[in-house]
Design a protein around this ligand. Structure first.
Ligand SMILES: Cc1cc2nc3c(=O)[nH]c(=O)nc-3n(C[C@H](O)[C@H](O)[C@H](O)COP(=O)(O)OP(=O)(O)OC[C@H]3O[C@@H](n4cnc5c(N)ncnc54)[C@H](O)[C@@H]3O)c2cc1C
Length: 483
């Protein structure tokens, strides 16, 4: 039974109108369309859905199977060093408009910085500051990349022009080939791939160039260019200046408390119930039933199977579950006894040999006090090989890597090492999968899907999660008006 403790609907039954978020227009028939809405899953897609449904005047209950909210974007308290590191670095692209809207809604937008540059670090310590716009961007466009010399520069410049042209006017074979094959077809030199393009593919798609469909990075480049044109700002990469819980959860919990959204932790949904073509509620794994007029199902792709058995056409949705396979990311929080001399907030290590290796300077990013220790976080994306190793092996490998790239790390001692394995971080979108991601609208009245795996302009990202939430909320609000 849902406890009405903080629910706005109950306060309105007691003669008190629920509190309305600032900026939301209030009208006398505002609550005429009010429905009991259930959101399943408390990751970014579910959080944004709950916040925006509530802003739209709906009564919302959020069901999360874990003991806390946040899904794949969480902080992890670490008693050994009295710190709260994240489960992995999350970077923002300047085109993340729906994620920014979410931060506006929960009041934490000020905690994201876009410095306009990152640095490529070479073995031995040399570095090159890179930027998408300005002189650095122009140099890169002309093929002037680290370790790209002689004729390769010309070949790189030519291949990059072809790449952008084919991204904008896509040949019909683009989803038949991997990014690796695409690069070979357009003659992208290996040196330019090592310096930039393989890293871009892994960074954008979450997976290796020989796994990811060429269409995924192509679509993302188009989305990035379109957003840059719309907003008249160059593409750039940003980062949170606070931990992920402060950025995404604390503000949301306050918003939920203010607007009467009910949160139920450890509520595992086992099915979404449909009666006469309309959603009727959800059944929980413990046998309980939560009745609802509308449901947004915002669980990740690997948890969908079984939930939608009563939804017509669920076979096509489940096909996406089989096709979009999980990709691991391994992150390591290294508390060191000294500075390793990074020159930028985030540095991409040149020559990752099929994986994308990045180092993050938490002192610069979070204004962290380094009197006790210096925190460097490393991220290895598409870390298939790393996930099978022990924590000690991973820490040793990451320290050896830092020593290869940062001379000042040579004698650095590890005060504490914290390994975070996320075997299911993002999903791979292989060739032949264009169009497999389902729409937010379903065949069932009052039921919408959300989550980074549903169809959006983005791939497996925080923005994809929030854009899907925005579309799912639109579906539900439209349904509320039509009833
Ligand atoms: C280490 C790491 C680094 C990343 N880096 C970036 C980055 O730099 N930039 C970027 O944009 N993205 C990045 N991502 C991807 C991004 O975090 C995800 O795309 C996004 O957070 C997905 O949000 P979601 O709400 O769709 O899914 P999730 O966050 O997975 O949330 C789904 C929620 O549903 C809950 N749930 C599942 N089943 C049930 C059930 N039956 N009943 C109730 N609840 C259920 C889960 O417990 C979970 O809380 C990264 C991910 C990881 C792990």
């Amino acid at each position: 039974m849902i406890q009405p403790a903080r629910c706005g609907i109950y306060s309105s039954l007691c003669g008190q109108e629920p509190r309305v978020r600032r900026g939301t227009p209030v009208s006398t028939d505002r609550y005429a369309d009010r429905m009991r809405c259930v959101v399943v899953g408390g990751g970014l897609a579910g959080l944004a859905s709950a916040v925006w449904l509530s802003e739209a005047g709906q009564q919302v209950t959020l069901l999360e199977r874990r003991g806390s909210l946040g899904g794949r974007t969480i902080s992890m308290p670490l008693a050994a060093v009295d710190d709260v590191p994240d489960n992995g670095q999350h970077v923002f692209a300047s085109g993340y408009q729906h994620l920014m809207r979410y931060l506006d809604s929960v009041g934490t937008r000020e905690h994201v910085a876009f410095p306009g540059h990152m640095t490529i670090r070479l073995p031995g310590g040399d570095s090159r500051r890179s930027a998408f716009g300005g002189v650095a961007g122009l140099r890169a466009a002309l093929g002037d990349l680290p370790d790209v010399t002689g004729l390769d520069r010309l070949r790189t410049a030519r291949a990059q022009v072809t790449l952008i042209r084919q991204a904008l006017r896509q040949p019909d074979w683009l989803d038949d080939v991997t990014a690796d094959e695409w690069f070979r077809r357009i003659g992208m030199p290996q040196t330019a791939r090592d310096a930039l393009w393989d890293g871009i593919v892994i960074g954008l798609t979450g997976d290796k160039p020989d796994i990811s469909s060429a269409k995924v990075p192509a679509d993302l480049l188009v989305t990035g260019i379109r957003r840059a044109r719309e907003t008249k700002t160059p593409i750039s990469i940003g980062y949170p200046t606070v931990d992920l819980d402060t950025l995404f959860i604390t503000g949301a919990e306050k918003t939920f408390a203010d607007s009467g959204v009910e949160i139920r932790h450890r509520a595992v949904v086992s099915s979404i119930d449909v009666v006469d073509g309309a959603v009727a509620g959800v059944t929980l794994a413990d046998g309980g039933h939560v009745p609802a007029d509308a449901v947004i199902c915002a669980v990740p792709v690997w948890n969908v199977r079984g939930l939608l058995d009563q939804v017509p056409g669920h076979d096509r949705i489940y096909a996406a579950c089989d096709t979009l396979t999980p990709v691991p990311i391994v992150s390591v929080n290294l508390y060191l006894d000294r500075s390793i001399g990074m020159s930028d907030w985030g540095e991409i290590l040149h020559g990752g040999e099929g994986v994308l290796e990045q180092v993050w300077d938490r002192q610069r990013m979070h204004g962290r006090d380094s009197s006790e220790n210096h925190l460097y976080s490393t991220t290895v994306s598409a870390a298939y090989e790393l996930t099978t190793k022990s924590n000690a092996e991973i820490i040793d490998e990451q320290m050896a890597m830092l020593r290869r790239y940062y001379p000042r790390a040579a004698d650095a001692q590890v005060i504490h090492g914290h390994v975070v394995r996320m075997p299911k971080s993002t999903f791979a979108q292989r060739p032949g999968t264009a169009g497999i991601r389902p729409d937010q609208r379903t065949a069932v009245r009052g039921l919408a899907l959300a989550g980074d795996w549903t169809r959006t302009d983005w791939t497996t990202t925080m923005e994809g999660a929030c854009q899907s939430a925005s579309r799912a909320v639109d579906v539900i609000v439209e349904y509320a008006k039509s009833r």
